[in-house]
Design a protein around this ligand. Structure first.
Ligand SMILES: O=C(O)CCC(=O)C(=O)O
Length: 288
């Protein structure tokens, strides 16, 4: 696997470099772009008192729990959110994450308005921030977002390492047919090299995000996240900007929505799993 450093921009060059990256569909780290956002000031104490005694479902390592094709991994535990935040503050190693968490609903007294901050980049974002928390050692498994939109991920606490791969890498990633997921459990990458030899041909980008950085993830880019320390980020989606983009996003939501509904019907999920396993074996000559 070959990973090159993610392209970067800082200070006054950010807007121009972002426009160029967006045109080319290339990722970009904008160092310190979000350093003045309210979220940069939140201490763990602030976060704990803002969520009060609310509890939530904590996600884990999807592969370890046999959920490698589930869109939203199922919770592995229910716990008070403040207790989880204290674990992150103490940097306790675990697989525990909050994935696309709705902090806005759980901590309404914090200042969550950020959409205006992207004017400098010349884009409008959807006012639906997704919050991502993770303990050191936890991972968000490799995937790309099914709705085919550009993402802006701003990072506020701790450090996390992100690997990005473009759509030309789909076969090297052993994409599971009909999903936005890969068959490879990246937490066991070195053990899996022999069974998945295409891993050695993978080419992508790597960055370690620091508080205040914002990462532009172009549509269709695979992302794998390793939490280095207890940390959190907020992702916004950029509104589609032309008819083509709207059509592709609308199509992805319709197909994704129908898929989610169909999978609730008895027998459909296991039938889908069998179909995927067959298609995977036909494509890669090895079982899923
Ligand atoms: O940071 C993470 O853990 C996941 C981020 C992600 O998947 C996203 O922003 O779409």
């Amino acid at each position: 696997m070959y990973l090159q450093p993610m392209p970067e921009a800082g200070g006054s060059e950010i807007s121009a470099k972002f426009q160029r990256s967006k045109q080319l569909g290339m990722p970009l780290v904008m160092r310190k772009f979000a350093k003045d956002w309210p979220a940069s000031q939140w201490s763990w104490d602030d976060l704990c008192s803002a969520v009060g005694t609310r509890t939530t479902g904590i996600r884990g390592n999807a592969f370890a729990h046999g959920q490698s094709t589930t869109f939203f991994p199922k919770p592995i535990a229910q716990k008070p959110i403040a207790d989880y935040f204290r674990q992150l503050e103490r940097n306790e190693t675990s697989e525990e994450r909050l994935f696309a968490f709705n902090l806005k609903a759980n901590a309404p007294n914090l200042e969550h308005r950020n959409t205006h901050r992207f004017k400098q980049l010349g884009v409008r974002v959807v006012n639906l921030p997704a919050y991502f928390f993770g303990a050191p050692g936890s991972e968000t498994r490799i995937h790309y977002d099914f709705d085919w939109v550009d993402l802006l991920l701003s990072h506020f606490k701790g450090q996390k390492r992100i690997w990005l791969f473009d759509q030309r890498q789909n076969e090297h990633l052993y994409q599971i047919p009909g999903t936005v997921h890969s068959a490879i459990d990246f937490s066991r990458l070195s053990e899996l090299r022999e069974s998945y030899p295409n891993i050695d041909r993978l080419e992508g980008y790597e960055v370690v995000l620091e508080p205040g950085d914002t990462l532009y993830i172009p549509k269709g880019y695979w992302h794998h996240i390793t939490y280095v320390t207890g940390s959190f980020s907020i992702t916004y989606r950029i509104w589609p900007q032309n008819l083509n983009e709207w059509l592709k996003t609308a199509y992805s939501w319709s197909v994704g929505g129908i898929d989610i509904l169909l999978n609730k019907l008895p027998g459909i999920a296991s039938w889908q799993a069998q179909r995927r396993a067959k298609a995977f074996e036909a494509k890669y000559g090895r079982p899923l």
